[in-house]
Design a protein around this ligand. Structure first.
Ligand SMILES: [Zn+2]
Length: 205
C-alpha cells in the first residue's frame, strides 16, 4: 500500500507533495514517487498567483505522471486572515487539475464546509477535478457529501488516534480511504496498522 500524502520520499512510494514553488524540481526528480506540484495554503499570502498558474500548467505538461498539491484552505486562527488569497490560489490549482485531468491533494483544516461549497460549485459547472482530502477529520455526514463528489480521503496516525476515529472513518468505503504519513514518514507503517484495525480487517494490504 502506498503513502497517499507525504512530503518525504520513501520506500513505500506514493504522492510526494510540494509545499512551496521552490520544492517542485526536487519533487519532480524523486525516484519511485508520484510528484505533486502546488503551493500550500499556509503560503498563500505571499504567493505570486499568476506566476504559479503559468508554471503549474507548464510542469503538468512536462510531467504527465504528476498530480496537483498540496493546495486547499486553512481557516485555523494562524492562517484565517489569508483565506481570500487561499481561495484564489486554490482555484488556480483546481482549474489546472481539471484541465490536465489530475488528482488534486487538498488540505482543509477548519475549512471543510467551505471547501465542500467550492467543490460543489465546480461540480455544477462541470469543472470538478478528482480530489483527495488529506488529514481528513470531518464528520461522517460531511464525508458522505464529499463521497458523492467522488472524493478520496487520507488519514495518518494523528487522525486515527482521535477518540472519534471509528465514528469518522469506519464507514468510509475502503477504496476511498487511505493511509498517509504527511510530515512524519516513520509513522506510515503504524498508520496502515491502525487503519486496518479500525476496519476490523485482518487481511494484508
Ligand atoms: Zn501535507
Amino acid at each position: 500500500m502506498m503513502d497517499y500524502h507525504t512530503h518525504h520520499p520513501g520506500s513505500y512510494g506514493g504522492f510526494l507533495c510540494s509545499v512551496q514553488r521552490s520544492d517542485w524540481d526536487r519533487v519532480a526528480e524523486a525516484s519511485g514517487m508520484i510528484p505533486c506540484f502546488g503551493v500550500h495554503p499556509w503560503h498563500a499570502a505571499e504567493a505570486p498567483v499568476t506566476q504559479i498558474a503559468y508554471d503549474l500548467d507548464e510542469y503538468l505538461c512536462r510531467f504527465p505522471q504528476a498530480q496537483v498539491g498540496e493546495t486547499g484552505l486553512d481557516a485555523t486562527p494562524r492562517y484565517r486572515d489569508s483565506l481570500n488569497q487561499q481561495e484564489v490560489l486554490l482555484q488556480v490549482h483546481l482549474g489546472a487539475a481539471f484541465r490536465h485531468d489530475r488528482l488534486a491533494q487538498l488540505h482543509g483544516a477548519g475549512a471543510w464546509a467551505r471547501l465542500l461549497e467550492l467543490l460543489r460549485q465546480r461540480d455544477r459547472c462541470g469543472t470538478l477535478p478528482r480530489v483527495l482530502l488529506h488529514a481528513w477529520n470531518g464528520s461522517h455526514e460531511l464525508a458522505r457529501e464529499f463521497l458523492s463528489l467522488g472524493a478520496l480521503f487520507s488519514v495518518g496516525v494523528r487522525e486515527l488516534s482521535h477518540p472519534k476515529a471509528a465514528e469518522r472513518y469506519a464507514r468510509i468505503p475502503a477504496d476511498r480511504l487511505f493511509a498517509e504519513s504527511d510530515d512524519a514518514p516513520e509513522s506510515f507503517p503504524r498508520a496502515i496498522g491502525m487503519l486496518t484495525m479500525l476496519r476490523g480487517d485482518i487481511g494484508t494490504h
